[in-house]
Write a protein that binds this ligand. Structure first.
Ligand SMILES: O=C[C@H](O)[C@H](O)COP(=O)(O)O
Ligand SMILES: C=C(OP(=O)(O)O)C(=O)O
Length: 362
């Protein structure tokens, strides 16, 4: 299956062991088309998130779901449960599901469903893209808008039409190529502070992604091309903690001030996980409560929260035999289990609803 690159010069491809061609994005999209209810879900997701960032609507955006998805059936079961909850809380919360397929590792580790769908190091990216796209279509068909992290610079051509909100992660917020990509992405996009907790990289990322750029990518037909962008007008910050947490009112106010100084909208999302939870799922609930309290106390800049949640709580190392993976449990960062997720989001909606309504809209 894998072909070997024959070097033209003895200095080329010294460390490349082979390659496989992928079908062009349009071919995959034609085989797995976005239409009907799924298309309506994506469009409504785009509209509602942007309306919230533009302060035309005042619900709280909630990005909730597994740290990473490794089992499509379990992800769909999660989506069905979440859809019911999203409908129940729709007056106060705009709920999107985290459908994270590409994991940025600190050093090495499983890199997500797209990169290694069989969790065995075979890296069947050709299968991963199709499996991922099919699952995204199924989730959108259920009626839940989708949130992803854009990590790879080419895979958006295969998948991004299904996405209603995008994140650039802590390890790539400072990357010029990701900022350029973000400038051309159709959905609203959140930039995390970096892993050390440095905020200015996210503010600079917004400045960059709001501007026009040119970069190299592939077309739907699979041809290499120069893409020109006009800049993304719907960028915001995500505070995810770093060396220390940054979800407290003082950190949020500092972020608000930095955004205002840079001439950007004071739109801040809080990630309850990662550096803010010290990767302890119980602490995510504490962070969520503290953020809820800030909104009740009148915060105007917090437009959303992110929660890592799965069918079952906690996480697990990937066993040697993927058959031994415990069902519904994260194989990356620890997640809140479903029962606690329901309780926490119901409490959040009841607590912040009146304050959000009092915020008003333009
Ligand atoms: O969200 C997931 C992880 O925090 C991220 O991919 C880094 O994980 P790692 O430090 O375990 O590699
Ligand atoms: C990798 C993630 O987060 P961060 O970039 O904040 O580490 C994530 O949200 O899955």
């Amino acid at each position: 299956m894998s072909e070997t690159l024959r070097p033209l010069q003895p200095i080329e491809n010294l460390h490349i062991t082979g390659y496989e061609e992928l079908p062009p994005p349009d071919e995959v999209k034609q085989a797995l088309p976005l239409r009907g209810r799924a298309l309506e879900t994506v469009l409504e997701g785009h509209r509602a998130v942007k309306a919230t960032l533009d302060r035309e609507e005042s619900r709280l955006i909630v990005i909730v779901g597994p740290c990473s998805i490794h089992n499509p059936e379990e992800a769909l079961e999660y989506a069905r449960r979440l859809k019911k909850l999203a409908d129940e809380l729709a007056e106060d919360l705009l709920i999107l599901m985290r459908v994270y397929f590409e994991k940025p590792r600190t050093s090495v580790g499983w890199e997500g469903l797209i990169y290694d769908p069989y969790l065995d190091g075979s890296h069947r990216i050709d299968h991963g893209i199709r499996i991922g796209r099919k699952l995204m279509l199924d989730i959108a068909e259920v009626g839940l808008p989708i949130a992803i992290e854009a990590l790879d610079l080419i895979s958006p051509q295969y998948l991004q039409d299904l996405v209603s909100w995008t994140a650039i992660g802590a390890r790539t917020t400072e990357s010029p190529t990701h900022r350029k990509l973000a400038s051309g992405i159709s959905s609203a996009i959140g930039f995390k502070n970096n892993v050390d907790g440095e905020l200015m990289v996210a503010i600079n990322a917004i400045r960059s992604a709001s501007a026009n750029h040119s970069f190299i990518s592939v077309t739907g037909e699979g041809k290499v091309a120069v893409f020109r962008t006009e800049g993304n007008p719907h960028c915001h910050v995500i505070l995810r903690g770093g060396k220390s947490p940054n979800y407290d009112a003082e950190s949020v106010a500092a972020c608000e001030a930095a955004l205002a100084k840079a001439g950007h909208q004071p739109n801040v999302m809080i990630d309850c996980s990662h550096g803010n939870s010290r990767k302890d799922w119980r602490k995510q609930l504490e962070v969520l409560k503290a953020v809820s309290q800030q909104i009740q106390d009148g915060s105007q800049s917090i437009i959303g929260v992110m929660l890592e949640s799965n069918l079952n709580e906690g996480n697990q190392p990937i066993p040697d035999d993927p058959e031994d993976i415990r069902p519904g449990v994260s194989i990356t960062d620890p997640c809140v289990g479903w029962e606690m997720t329901e309780i926490a989001l119901r409490e959040l909606a009841a607590a912040v609803g009146p304050a959000l309504k009092a915020r008003g809209t333009r």
